[in-house]
Ligand binder design. Sequence first.
Ligand SMILES: *Cc1c(COP(=O)(O)O)cnc(C)c1O
Ligand SMILES: [Zn+2]
Length: 463
Amino acid sequence: MDVAFQRCILPSCGATYGIEEVRVECQQCGSLLDVAYDWAKAAPPAKLAEFDRSLFNAAEPAAQSGVWRFWPLLPFAPRASLVTIGEGQTQLQRSASVGQFVGLERGELHLQYEGLNPSGSFKDNGMVAAFTHARTIGAKRAACASTGNTSASLAAFCSVTKLMRAVIFIGSGKISYGKLSQALDFGALTIQIAGDFDDAMQRVREVSSQLGIYLVNSVNPFRLEGQKTIMYRVLQGLGWQVPDWIVVPGGNLGNSSAFGKAFAELKQLGLIDRLPRLAVINAAGANTLYELYERRGLRWNDGAPQDEITSKYYAELDERQARASTIASAIEINRPVNLNKCLRALADMRGVVREVTDQEIMDAKAQVGAGGLGCEPASAASVAGAKKLRAEGVIAPDERVVCILTGHQLKDPDATVAYHTTDQEKFNQVLGKRGVKRASFANRAVAVSNNLEEIIRAIQLYS
Ligand SMILES: *Cc1c(COP(=O)(O)O)cnc(C)c1O
Ligand SMILES: [Zn+2]
């Protein structure tokens, strides 16, 4: 057996494929694939603390990567072929004020700020892994469907490395300007489809298989290998201690799936002694996982998830022509491609799923901005979800909670400005139409005339 190979996630199938094969599903049964390792051959470190020392010497490009720092835990490509644009140099930040907002009186709230990645979202962690795989197999073009951040990330990797040409598929009118501007600026071929993300996803699968273009959506199992390292960095930020909760927004469910795999492997390797609990947070306007897991009882079921529950729900969505709708555009997805992998993560990590409204998301986002590094709306779903779980008593007041801030504040300035504005029309246009009624934590600009005394009076009054 090779050090790394691909394997169907369903234990009842268990088909395996070589690491050099390009697949996004099992040829036998159509399920998702994992990247799997023969750990005896991979020989990872005996203690996590060994990762405090660099594996690479400073002259090697991979020394600049917060993903490849953990290469022995994702050794699917030779060290010499690792691509990097400096991804994953992110930070775990403790925030007392966000902790207070969430209701962790005696506990700790930490924010894992993935907005600090080169393209401004956690997607770079996964893209570097898929990109490295694509390079090792000699791909010339790579494609994705995107609500914005995957395309920004792919476009960045293509423009920096010049190793491939980016082809991105976006739905019409759904993508924020911050994200669209990145794809255009980086020179990606941008195909705008009359439809939403779920439509674009279906088309890009067809197109990439017909034209032999390398697909980098999170159905690509290599993406998730890179995203495992977000959890390694969380552990490192906590001195290699396991927190009580990981709270993450759920869109296509790649991140939550990757987190579950990261912890399951660390436990299997004897590098941690327990797993944290997982909370996946949907937006109420795109709540497929919440509906299926919390209301209809869909479970991983030891590797035999009841797919009929899922297909029945999707048929209902089709029948009422339901479209996902939330201000949190990065999670505006009704058919999460990694659903079954996420069910496995929820089983391994005793997970829960919650939905939060756009009102709750925007209020949580304002709290993050004021008391931590700012984030885009989807990211704030994690904080809003933690608050809800704390209010329900599912999270205890003395627990240690890590919320993942998936994307940068500047990805969607429209939503932020609309929240803080005094212009009611602007507020209604962006937020009011989504059921947001008030900006509970707005920081409004103070309007004064162009007059020195009046300006001084305003500063004295308000500061
Ligand atoms: C992609 C994305 C998500 C959703 O992550 P999944 O892995 O698809 O569940 C959440 N927030 C931001 C900012 C994203 O870019
Ligand atoms: Zn299979």
